[in-house]
Each structure stands twice: as C-alpha cells, then as structure tokens.
Design a protein around this ligand. Structure first.
Ligand code: DGY
Length: 320
C-alpha cells in the first residue's frame, strides 16, 4: 500500500523525521508559504495530512486545493489559522498541542511582567551606555509583591499564571466565560466581572483564544477603565487587542506600559509605532519557544498526525 503523503511546514527534529518517514511520504513546504499554490496540482491532489505552524492559513481555498486531506496537525495550541467549521464539514480532523506549553507561556508572561515592573530593558541600556557612571542609578521602579494581577481568560495557561503569581505574593483576580471553582476554592484567584477586572488590575494579562468574539475585544473602552499606573501583557494572540487603541493609550499615558509577545501583524515591522514607544517591551511570538517545550509540542503534533492517519482518535483534537 502506498504511504500517505504529508506536507510538513513545521520544524521536525531529525530523529522524529526518521520515524515519520517510515510511515509517510514527506513533502517539505517553507513555513508560512501559501499551501494552495505551494506545489503542483497533482501533488496537492494526493496530500492526506499536514503538520504546520500557525502561519499556514486553512481557508476554503486551501481546503479546496487539498481534496484528499484528512488531518491538519497544528504545531501550536491556538488554531485561529484554521477554519474549523469548514474542516469539520469536510471530515478533516484538526489537532493541536495543548498542555505541553502552559509552563513556558506562563514563564514568558512573568518575564514580561517583571521586565515592565522593574524596567529591566531600560536598566540594561542604562548600564551599557555608561549612563550609570555619568548620571547615577536609573529611576526607581515598582514592586510586584502585593500588586493585583488580572487575568482575562482562565484556561490552562491562565491557571498556571495564577499559580505562579502566588509565589510572588500577588493578588490574582480573573474574568472568564465560565468560573473556575477549583482555582477559586484553592485560593489561586478571585472572580471579577469584566469591568471590575480592568479597573482593579495593576497588571492585566490576556489568556483568551482569538475568535470572532474576542477579536479587538480589548480596546479604547478597556484602556480608559484601567489605572494609569497599570500594565497590559499579551502572550495570547495580537488581534485580541485593538492595537491602534493600545498605541493611543500608551502615547497618552492612559496606561503605564505594555509587554507584548504577539501583535496584529507578525513579524512586526520595525516601522510600527510600538517599536518607538519606550514603555513597551516586545518579543517575537516566543511564548512556547524553548528547546524542551518545542520538542514536546512537535512530538505531540507528529503523534496526532500519525494517529489520525491510522484511524486512531488523536490525543488532542479540536473539532466539535
Ligand atoms: C501557540 O501554541 O498557539 C503559540 O502561540 C504558537 O503559535
């Protein structure tokens, strides 16, 4: 029997690739290349599976171009790059990589929080430029202990962030569609309605997926409700935040600063006004980008693909 043909756009380590090659015919496509025209039609016609990053978009045109597709295994927990109803209608399984990256994303969230509170980026520049010797110590910064961390979203990642915040003696409040009775009873976080969450937080961290409902759901109204001393942190998806409204709020001092791992346009162009703002710390969508976490993610993504192709229910499937 011929082996199933699969497209790979995600980085697969050599040992795993060998295992995969024993069961599939691999066709490599560069990360982010449009799949509908990445290969000649006769090749596209035979593709049964894809392992891809969030930079591969799956809309109707891509599904039309891959008529034999059975599984899309996303190398990410988020799957806003894939039209799920369309996939489901066509009996294409969509898989993702939940749980294995929760700790890494929570760590980066805290990294940004500490950077903002203690002004680490400017502090580093101060020392390197010789300003320490010339002008003395930089300006005083902020305590983290005793401050209030607001979590917009209390899924798995939000929960790990809440647990981490306890070690910093922070007060944690959250807003989520569904209340997390366990987190509340264990004392990890207190529930707030959405307005109270924005008004009370010293640090407001976003942990919701990107959906039509959450797109631009944090905008001018929310920034106006925040304290002028508060910081916004986003390690989820850029378009959850109305970036133009955020830039206005940062320029006007309506909030104190922002730590962003994700933006509306990625890669972020150097010409973005965000790059010129001194009260912003930027990262290149690297929440899960550690050696250990990325390995666990690709192990799971490949396992999901092989399970789906062999007719076994994959460990992490997102179709309803
Ligand atoms: C995820 O897993 O969703 C990360 O944000 C990588 O895109």
């Amino acid at each position: 029997m011929p082996q199933p043909r699969v497209i790979i756009t995600a980085p697969v380590p050599a040992d795993l690739r060998e295992q995969l090659a024993a069961q599939c015919e691999i066709i490599d496509v560069p990360t982010g290349a449009g799949l509908a025209d990445a290969l000649p039609k006769e090749q596209l016609d035979s593709i049964e599976g894809v392992v891809c990053t969030v930079r591969s978009k799956f809309d109707t045109a891509v599904f039309d171009a891959l008529p034999r597709l059975r599984v899309v295994s996303n190398f990410a927990v988020g799957y806003d790059n894939i039209n799920i109803p369309e996939a489901t209608k066509r009996n294409v399984l969509v898989c993702n990589t939940p749980k294995v990256l929760d700790g890494a994303v929570a760590d980066l969230t805290f990294g940004l929080l500490i950077c903002l509170a203690r002004d680490l980026v400017r502090g580093d520049a101060h020392v390197r430029s010789g300003a320490w010797a010339e002008k003395g110590a930089p300006a005083l910064t902020q305590d983290i202990r005793g401050k209030t961390l607001g979590l917009l979203g209390m899924g798995r990642i939000g929960r790990v962030v809440a647990e981490t915040a306890k070690a910093f003696n922070m007060k944690v409040i959250y807003h989520n569609r569904n209340r997390d009775a366990e987190a509340e009873s264990l004392g990890f976080a207190e529930y707030r309605d959405r307005d109270a969450l924005f008004a009370e937080s010293d640090f407001l961290s976003i942990h919701v997926p990107l959906t039509p409902e959450t797109r631009h759901s944090v905008g001018a109204k929310e920034f106006a409700a925040m304290k002028p001393t508060a910081y916004l942190i986003n390690t989820s998806r850029g378009p959850v935040v109305d970036e133009a409204a955020l830039i206005d709020a940062l320029k006007a001092g309506r909030i104190a600063g922002a730590g962003l791992d994700v933006m509306e346009q990625e890669p972020l162009p150097a010409s973005s006004p965000l790059c010129a703002l001194p009260n912003v710390v930027l990262q290149a969508h690297v929440g899960s980008a550690t050696v250990e976490t990325r390995r666990a993610m690709i192990d799971l993504a490949v396992r999901n693909l092989l399970d789906a192709l062999s007719g076994t229910r994959p460990q992490a499937m997102v179709n309803p």
